[in-house]
Design a protein around this ligand. Structure first.
Ligand code: PAJ
Length: 288
């Protein structure tokens, strides 16, 4: 496995692979690997023999009050784990390599970021879209793998690929969870043992919502109210959002039997547990 740190080295490596007639798969990450990241690598490896993992904690997707400076890292461990998964290249650029002095060009979507996480993280998706665009131009992948844990991010990337005419196949991987249901996240490392227990309110509330809708509840306001009360019953929690929306547009959905209701539905939650902001989501098919 090679570790490449500059844009020119990475582009030259990719050109060489393409010249041989081979395809490249990219898994973009910010490191501190857990089973979720590793599942993306496994999927990528099944699709293309040449797998690139980027490891870059992207400063432009963090607001000033967020955890850029404390974002967890263990590069030595990440390198070993990636090697075990058969990764060909880890692309690990410095900040200056990606954002040189006088950098001023950003990629911004007009609609999808105005929902869910975008409302409380105003610069986040501009940063994600910009860095992923740059990674696409640097690594030149044929396939890129993203997790549905960050569902809004996945939809934004899909839209961006269509809007900017990238010839890249976007592959989705399901959410990998701990045994008790907590969605794996690098940020789970911030949780104290007591907060870790409270963090279960996210996955449990999604199960609860699905059960209510399966039993015939059609008012999304009733489901959301029930979830709000449920999440509030866990110590250390502060709700950012509870959403029942169209997975394509991310527009909120009114009553589930109304004529304009899309099927399937996305139920998504973001909750602060202490200072740690956690997200989770579930796609449900109320018609089935
Ligand atoms: P990061 O949070 O490191 O996540 C990298 C990839 O792993 C994303 O596609 C994310 O959806 C996926 N992932 C995270 N937790 C997962 C889980 N429990 N199950 C399955 N997949 C999971 O997302 C980012 O980095 C950044 O925004 C990035 C796209 C790299 C741009 O900077």
């Amino acid at each position: 496995m090679e570790i490449l740190k500059t844009v020119s080295e990475m582009q030259a490596w990719s050109d060489n692979i393409h010249q041989k007639g081979n395809q490249i798969c990219l898994v973009p990450t910010m490191g501190y690997f857990h089973e979720g990241h590793l599942s993306l690598m496994e999927k990528g490896k099944k699709i293309c023999s040449d797998l690139v993992v980027s490891l870059f904690v992207n400063p432009t997707q963090f607001s000033e009050n967020e955890d850029l400076d404390s974002y967890p890292a263990n590069i030595e461990r990440d390198v070993k784990l990636a090697e075990k998964k058969g990764v060909s290249v880890i692309f690990m650029p410095d900040k200056k390599e990606i954002y040189p002095d006088r950098f001023q060009t950003y990629v911004e979507l007009t609609e999808l970021p105005a929902h869910l996480c975008g409302l409380s993280r105003p610069v986040h998706f501009r940063g994600v879209a910009t860095v992923v665009t740059k990674l696409f131009n640097i690594v030149k992948p044929d396939v890129a793998v993203f997790g549905s844990k960050d569902f809004q991010q996945l939809q934004i990337i899909r839209r961006m690929v269509k809007d900017l005419n990238y010839n890249i196949k976007i592959v989705e991987c399901p959410i990998v969870r701990e045994d008790d249901g907590l969605a794996m996240s690098s940020r789970n490392a911030y949780l104290s043992p007591e907060q870790r227990l409270s963090a279960l309110c996210l996955s449990k509330s999604l199960e609860k919502a699905e059960a209510m809708i399966e039993k015939g509840e059609i008012r999304t306001s009733t489901v959301k109210k029930e979830l709000e009360n449920y999440i509030k019953s866990f110590p250390f929690t502060k709700i950012d959002y509870i959403s029942i929306c169209d997975p394509e547009t991310l527009d909120e959905i009114g009553d589930i039997n109304s004529a304009d209701t899309a099927c399937p539905l996305l139920i998504a939650v973001a909750v602060y547990v202490g200072k740690t902001r956690l997200i989770d989501n579930r796609i449900i098919n109320p018609g089935q």
